[in-house]
Ligand binder design. Sequence first.
Ligand code: ZN
Length: 502
Amino acid sequence: MFEYYKELKSEHEITFDMNNIDSVDDSTFKAWFAYNKEEFKKICTYAEKSNSVHVGVLLCKLRTALSNQQISFLFGVCETTVGNYIKIAIEDLIDHLVPKFINSDNRTELINHVTPMSKALFDIPIDKTCLIFDATYRLVKKSKNYSGQKQSWSEQKKCHLFVLGPFDATHNDATILKDCFQRYPSEMSIIHENDVILVDRGFRDVIQFLTEHKGVKVHCPGLGQLNTLDANLSRFVTKCRWIVEQVFARLKMKFKIFAIPAHNSTLIHDYQALLIAFALLNLFHQPILSDRINEDVAVLMKSRLHIPNQLQSIVEKFNLSKVRAAFLQIEYVTLDNVENNQQLCFPHLTLEDLYSISLGPYQIQNAISYYAEHQNEGIFLVSKFQPDARHRTAAIRYTDFNITIQDPILIKAYMKSRYRGGKHHHIFVLFDKALTGRNSIKEYFCTCESGARTVGCCSHIMTIIWYLGYGQYHEISTPNPGICDVSITIPKEKPQPIQTEN
Ligand SMILES: [Zn+2]
């Protein structure tokens, strides 16, 4: 085999000559090695025992997830040599790169990474920091003794990563975090009293330990049907925890090897490679900021924390979720809704208007996915509140609920839950026909778990507002349009009709 490569090398040019990288243009180089040539040279300065060929082979492996056999062809060496090069580069970078760029024990650096968003939302003093904890799985293939590896890692708003673990997949997030305080006392000592910790519901069993034994302030999204204040506080947490998904998306996009299950035989190297990848992300990547105009949004969110959801009070008092008689049904279809629009008079909105309602991009992106789901059914059901004078709901006076509105129009819509098939949420939007743009959207409420929030809105509400005020007037490219045609859908039995009152 080696003779073959020797021959190949002498007869043809090998694809990648790491000692002569100037022969490759920068974008091709980046496509194969995840970084441009300047960045590559910088990475090599941390290699003390390995050379640019070793580092190049490792980066190519992480970037492309090709087999060692395939990589051997590109570098003109045999397969065993590829394995050795990767091992040499990993050992070297673990010793000389990783300690410099992850799990830093420099608290000042950690404090400097706190963003204006988390500072404003959680009132973080200048000598305190804000940390987000999360755990993720690494799937392993080809193992008779199947067990997912679970790595715990925490990271700070501006993508300053800590990586701890890995732990057995059988442990939950709370158990892992509690164990980290005992197992890694030196790493965890960077956390001081009154620091702010943002966790998700998976950590709820460790919250008491954190607050009582570690003296930190923990924020976690609430469970179940939330009142407006809890729904708003939950939004504060998700607004900052959004970064977690971003970091994983970055990792998998940059290094394809982490987007596929790990090989059982090379698990130890796989974990070390993950540390190197995270160190590189910390070294080169720009901070992920949670908002384009984050300080304004943070101030706006803070100012709305205690705003009650008046429309919820109206809906509950008059039982509008169940009342059908007072509403005029308007069926939206994929094409031609001119007549419906004339009947509904919903305002035209811009993307900026939508953003100032959702206070973040997530709900707007979700709206497009929800729309795609509904579009397949060819229908979008909206109804307009138009009670007969004799109906008891005709007694609704918005001023009784502290809502100032000139020309009110209340609409109700149905949406399917994304997670629980068949369960419907009721969405209510109250707008002022006398006004235009963002100002016309007065109140909104949804019967889902976080639908009462007044800091931003849930994705269901955004879908309705997005579609009626923006989506239907713009070319909408739905994500993966062909995906529903790939597999056969067996129709479900019709769900029981929703209980209604006339
Ligand atoms: Zn909702």
